[in-house]
Design a protein around this ligand. Structure first.
Ligand SMILES: NC(=O)c1ccc[n+]([C@@H]2O[C@H](COP(=O)([O-])OP(=O)(O)OC[C@H]3O[C@@H](n4cnc5c(N)ncnc54)[C@H](O)[C@@H]3O)[C@@H](O)[C@H]2O)c1
Length: 269
């Protein structure tokens, strides 16, 4: 792992919290040359970057960023390249929102925002960083999806659709840009105890820690895995999610999830 990350310049969106923050910490611990956490939450970003900067002087640049805005993402990548002496080796398109809601309650504005944050945020990052990666002869872009791509969940239509689109984009680009030495991986980070679960009343008891998730993600990135899957649950979803012979049991399971959620239980699934 250390060999892959040592002296690398990395950008992590959503870097002020949860999995993104843990990725920043572990990248620094593995000897990255420069880490650029980017986040919409300026207060948290300042606080966490000050802490990281104290431990790794000169290696951290926090950039206040709104990934839904193309110009904000291009500005982020420009600043990161300047900080990294012209290089950006790794881009983690990690920022995202849970977006749980009944379909009937969603508006067209909700759907547009959902794609802006969970899909176009990463697309802007890819477009901004590609010229830099091409010029330097390669790089790695890791886009965070979710186990929901294998198990699209009721009452999370926007999350299911946006993350599935991100998986498709990432997988197609992986082959398209393989010969240019630009690697693409999709991250399925497991169920992780982070603030994203606040809306649902807290993470399930089975959740792993952000650090456990980050370490698994970085191992998968170093191994250049196509889809980095960290937990047995998500592996099982990946194996059986769309096979016709499992469709009946999947229906039984997900209809029960829908009923549970309709009655207000978003947690013990
Ligand atoms: N935690 C889980 O169980 C889990 C499971 C599957 C996938 N994921 C995915 O992992 C990623 C990280 O989530 P997390 O659990 O660490 O959540 P988190 O809420 O702890 O962190 C997300 C960060 O993204 C930032 N963010 C939100 N909108 C932004 C914007 N427009 N521009 C810039 N930053 C923005 C937030 O301010 C926050 O700091 C997300 O893409 C999420 O969908 C999480």
């Amino acid at each position: 792992m250390k060999a892959y990350f040592e002296n690398k310049v990395a950008v992590v969106t959503g870097g002020a919290s949860g999995i993104g923050l843990a990725l920043c910490e572990e990248l620094l611990a593995l000897g990255a040359k420069a880490v650029v956490p980017a986040d919409l939450n300026e207060e948290k970003l300042k606080k966490e970057c000050a802490r990281l900067e104290a431990a790794y002087p000169g290696k951290v640049l926090g950039v206040h960023t709104d990934i839904t805005r193309r110009e904000s993402v291009f500005s982020l990548i420009g600043k990161a390249a300047e900080f990294g002496s012209g290089r950006v080796d790794l881009l983690f398109n990690n920022a995202g929102l849970g977006l749980g809601k009944s379909f009937d309650d969603t508006t067209e504005e909700d759907w547009k925002f959902a794609f802006d944050v969970n899909f176009y945020g990463a697309l802007h990052g890819i477009r901004a960083v590609l010229p830099i990666m091409r010029a330097q002869g390669g790089g790695h872009i890791a886009n965070t999806a979710s186990g929901i791509v294998f198990s699209p969940m009721p009452y999370q239509t926007m999350y299911s659709a946006t993350k599935s689109a991100l998986l498709a984009l990432t997988s197609a680009l992986r082959s398209e840009l393989w010969d240019e030495n630009i690697r693409f991986s999709t991250i399925v980070p497991g169920t992780v105890a982070t603030p994203i679960w606040d809306q649902a009343g807290g993470a399930p008891a089975s959740a792993i820690t952000p650090k456990e998730s980050a370490l698994g993600i970085l191992k998968g990135v170093a191994d250049n895995e196509r889809i980095i899957i960290l937990t047995e649950d998500d592996l099982s979803g990946a194996k059986y999610g769309f096979l016709p012979e499992h469709s009946e049991s999947r229906d039984v399971y997900f209809v029960n999830v829908a009923r549970q959620r309709r009655s207000g239980n978003f947690k013990s699934i």
